[in-house]
Design a binder for this molecule. Structure first.
Ligand code: NI
Length: 257
């Protein structure tokens, strides 16, 4: 079984052909998909999708790009969703100093409140990080032993990976691990302990080679897993099994097949 640990099937880009996308994913052996929200509406859409599709599970949260002027009731709405049996994580949350869509102190406050929520409801977090590593690591360090999760689409150094691993986090790789100029990402992927490695597509974004630039979809987690296997000198099937087992261990509310 393949497990796509991060896939925005709730994005408008899938509105027209979701059934076909899911059929292709099933045919490729993708048995589990976690769909994160980026705000209240997309989190609710993720939950609805999870109710409709047996292999889909939802994460709920407010993304740093949506972290400006978040109304208080939005946090309550996100929290209300966490008791749903198919809500398996808080995400996608984090910091983004590249787009800086919200002032940094505001992003940090929104992240902190959602880490507190993750602790309260005992769910893992799915973390987004762009050019904000020092502040993000400091933030998750302040929740050490209380919250863990996954560093989604990891694109940082081996030293940062080590700190996140020490904090109990999993490290997830997506399409960029297949990109021609991503030797540094591959080098980090090579060194991640097998029991902490996850695979994802981040669909509809970041389609892996040789389909780079196209709309991404969950069946292509097979390309990510194959590349991880090549990089690590392992069998593709072994990496498929390990990444799925790891995701099931992290997202404890995901039912096994
Ligand atoms: Ni994402």
């Amino acid at each position: 079984m393949l497990f796509d640990s991060h896939c925005h099937l709730n994005d408008d880009q899938f509105a027209g052909d979701l059934a076909d996308v899911l059929a292709r994913a099933r045919a490729a052996g993708v048995g589990r998909i976690v769909v994160p929200g980026v705000d209240v509406a997309s989190s609710q859409r993720a939950v609805r999708l999870a109710e409709q599709e047996p292999e889909v599970f939802a994460a709920v949260g407010i993304h740093p790009e949506a972290a400006k002027d978040v109304p208080a009731e939005d946090f309550a709405r996100i929290e209300a969703l966490t008791s749903h049996p198919k809500v398996v994580a808080i995400g996608e949350i984090g910091l983004d100093y590249y787009w800086d869509a919200a002032p940094r102190p505001e992003q940090q406050d929104v992240l902190r409140r959602q880490l507190e929520l993750a602790e309260r409801c005992q769910l893992p977090v799915i973390l987004h990080n762009r050019e904000s590593t020092a502040d993000l690591v400091a933030m998750i360090e302040s929740f050490r032993g209380r919250v863990t999760g996954v560093m989604h689409c990891f694109n940082e150094s081996e030293a940062v990976a080590k700190r996140c691993l020490d904090l109990g986090y999993y490290i997830s790789f997506g399409g960029p691990v297949t990109f021609k100029k991503a030797d540094d990402v591959r080098e980090v992927a090579r060194g991640i302990p097998a029991h902490r490695l996850l695979a994802e597509t981040d669909s509809p974004y970041l389609s892996p080679a040789p389909l780079r630039g196209k709309r991404n979809e969950p069946e292509r987690v097979a390309l990510v897993v194959a590349q991880l296997a090549r990089v690590r000198g392992q069998d593709t099937e072994e990496v498929a099994r390990q990444t799925a087992e790891n995701a099931l261990r992290l997202f404890t509310k995901v039912e096994t097949l």
